[in-house]
Write a protein that binds this ligand. Sequence first.
Ligand SMILES: [Zn+2]
Length: 424
Amino acid sequence: MNISYKELSKINELQFQLIREQLRYIVENSPFYSKLFQKEKLLPNDILNLEDFKKIPMTTKEDLQHQNQDFISVPKAEIIDYVTTSGTLGKPVSFALNEADLQRLAENEKRSFEMVGITRDDVVQLTTTLDRRFMAGMAYFLGLRKLGAGIVRSGSGLPALQWESITRFQPKYLVAVPSFLLKMIAFAKQEGIDLKKTSVKAVICIGEPLRDSNLKLNALGRKINADWDIELFSTYASTEMATAFTECKEHTGNHNLPDLIFAEILDKNGKEVETGQIGELVVTPLQTRTMPLLRFATGDMVRKLGNNCNCGQNSLKISTPLGRKKQMLKFKGTSVYPQQVIECLNAFGSLNNYIIEALHDELENDKLLIKIPNEFNDLKALKTHLQAHLKVLPELQKIDGKEIDVLKFPKAGRKPVLFRDLRI
Ligand SMILES: [Zn+2]
């Protein structure tokens, strides 16, 4: 059932029916939520509209971490696949899926691929890992399988194998992390592969932001397109959501799948924001069975982009995350997220080394400091650029480039750290 093409009022009606069904299932089967409902003196049948629904307390990442087993709502024998969250912030959390969840995951990804325009006639190369307890890799495989498309499981890394697979199987689409495309481009240049003549026409991008807050391709996206003329589709998903938000061909935001997830975008007081505004994404995945969640606060700040789209779908669209709620800086009266500053600095051509730090000043106000190398000499232009894009000017400090590298590559980390939060 794809209800996204129905009128908005119909979508909302059908979605609320699914929310009520999910509530009944959850309170009956989830130890965590049956306790919560008892404590709050709530009954599923008391929840007659969205206003009632929003009285249910939100579930946090900490709840999932500390009471993980209490979320399991099926007998152990029913569980088929065990996965963990990426653990970008804190310890990875365990998740599990039964047959119904795997079917649901396949349907979710099938629709995500259909939105991009993939059909059973196409070949898709998966340059992501299928194992390592990673839900998304499996979801892509299951979704393409359900769609009936051809699949090349080339796996992550190995640019040589990727190009050999492209030559061999002629895929029209790739699923890839955008920064990995840069590695593929570099390899192609080195090996004399003509990027104008490959079979690849589009890439479903995962794991990294591809657009800025105005929905234009960010520096990374532009860098890819400068060398390789392929259509880039942004997606946003997480293990907890078990659902992908995907861009259609209009590239004006990521569509939600209203029968598979209910999305709220809330301000700091828990009120739904207006279209165009930024708020925290709070999700209730629908039709999940093994570890169903109610009003899960993702901590991701997204922009609400409304329901109208030229593609004909009337489902809600959101931006990809603009930052983490905890990382928000209230800076000279404006809310700024580190990711916005990173995008802005990456877009400034001549600056290729920096680190951003958030601190408190003597009055406990947030302060934003950008450390740049001593040899950087385009300070005036950088200030104008920052002022124009962020509407506020952070403090700039010149230090030794080597010191920046030390801060950027802490011993335990695998990825460079571009933002340090020193406010706590
Ligand atoms: Zn659309």
